[in-house]
Ligand binder design. Structure first.
Ligand code: NAD
Ligand code: MG
Length: 385
């Protein structure tokens, strides 16, 4: 018997993090070696206790202080630098980055820089710093395993196909559920509420990505993510709306054949795929019964009602700091919408105005991105105020 794979979970108290801990607990081949969260210290300590951990990290210092007080036997790392310490000291074979937002970029850089394999749920890392992140992985030999369901699907399809030789892949397609507002007009979207936006039809996820799914910004971020992961030009990556969320991704080949990846929507499947790769594991999830589903439907995305997808594609093609600015402005706008400070359509408007003001500059180092992220947050906040 070989030793278990040592897994560190960042963002462990979130939607992906909690499901990942379930997957890890159900497997003898995976061992949890540390967890982190921003401020939910009680939930984090509960995870540490039930998994017999020695160390955790909380990026919000006051929460870290309270956790340290409540858990004298354990090691509590504090602040963004505490995350770095956790990565270095827990000695993981694999880091699962399930942090939300561009705050995940720092830990992505640390893990890959150390040559540690990365299971990546934090798509924002690739949106913000795709070129540099991929180059870093290439330089250290660390692998990036996508956790995002569409990308896990594509990873499997492409992995199977590339064994047959390069250059056979013509197009990639990622599916979108369409979110809770599919079929509504732009005018109707003026009056939708936060509560309506948070009730996703097929996936239960954290608040930020749920709003991104409602605006279709999530698919924009995913197009950028796919471009970097699979080195396919933007004009060969399609988005199609598929309300049942059964088909997750498709690959069109040079002979006209199309490979599709299907399954019931359950994030434990792509999480387990990334954590166990290159092995497969048995998973106790619902099996797909197509006769019961009955029909799978597809339709084009409505870019008039959901301009965020168009704006994301424009920023992607502009390149440089534009995707970073797009992401930061989106985080600020989503936050403002959740706080009831702006209407739903103002999310995309804020992002477009911020991109318009800041434009795109070339990126040669990560510091350029951290600065662009900071500046974009200021500009987006000013646009909202
Ligand atoms: P979530 O909001 O449920 O959880 C986020 C986690 O990150 C929490 O543990 C939180 O404490 C931590 N966190 C938040 N802000 C932080 C910060 N500034 N610094 C450090 N840690 C911080 O989010 P989620 O829905 O689990 O999504 C996590 C990531 O996975 C996102 O990038 C999302 O796009 C991606 N993703 C999620 C799903 C899903 O089903 N939830 C599917 C695909 C991709
Ligand atoms: Mg996805």
């Amino acid at each position: 018997m070989t030793a278990a794979k040592r897994v560190l979970v960042l963002g462990a108290t979130g939607s992906i993090g909690v499901q990942a801990l379930e997957v890890i607990a159900a497997s003898d081949e995976l061992e949890l070696v540390g967890v982190s969260a921003r401020s939910s210290w009680q939930a984090l300590l509960e995870q540490a206790r039930s998994h017999g951990l020695e160390r955790v990290a909380l990026t919000e210092p006051e929460s870290a202080r309270r956790a340290a007080e409540a858990w004298p036997a354990g090691e509590v790392h504090s602040g963004p630098e505490g995350l770095v310490e956790l990565v270095l000291e827990s000695g993981p074979d694999l880091v699962l980055n399930a942090i939300v937002g561009s705050a995940g970029l720092g830990p992505t850089i640390v893990a890959l820089g150390e040559g540690i394999d990365l299971a990546l749920a934090n798509k924002e890392s690739l949106v913000v710093g795709g070129e540099l992140v991929m180059a870093l992985a290439e330089a250290t030999g660390a692998r990036i395993l996508p956790v995002d369901s569409e990308h896990a699907a594509l990873h499997q399809l492409i992995g199977a196909e590339r064994a047959g030789g390069p250059g056979t892949i013509e197009r990639l397609t990622i599916t979108a559920s369409g979110g809770p507002f599919r079929g509504r007009t732009r005018a109707e979207l003026e009056r939708v509420t936060v509560e309506q936006a948070l009730s996703h039809p097929t996936w239960s996820m954290g608040d930020k990505i749920t709003i991104d799914s409602a605006t279709l910004m999530n698919k924009g971020l995913e197009v950028i993510e796919a471009h970097h992961l699979f080195a396919i030009p933007y004009e060969r990556i399609d988005v199609i709306v598929h309300p049942q969320s059964i088909v997750h991704g498709m690959v069109t080949l040079c002979d006209g054949a199309v490979l599709a990846h299907l399954g019931c929507p359950d994030m434990r499947v792509p999480i387990a795929y990334a954590l166990h790769h290159p092995q497969r594991t048995e998973l106790d999830v619902e099996r797909l019964d197509l006769a019961a589903v009955g029909s799978l439907t597809f339709e084009p995305a409505d870019l008039e009602a959901f301009p965020a997808l168009r704006v994301a594609r424009e920023a992607a093609v502009a390149g440089g700091t534009a995707p970073c600015v797009l992401n930061a402005a989106n985080e600020v706008a989503v936050h403002a919408f959740l706080a009831g400070r702006i209407a739903f359509p103002a999310i995309a408007e804020t992002i477009e105005a911020t991109l318009h003001e800041l434009g795109a500059v070339p990126v040669r180092e990560f510091d350029t991105l951290f600065e662009a992220d900071r500046r974009a947050r200021e500009v987006a906040a000013a646009a909202i105020a």
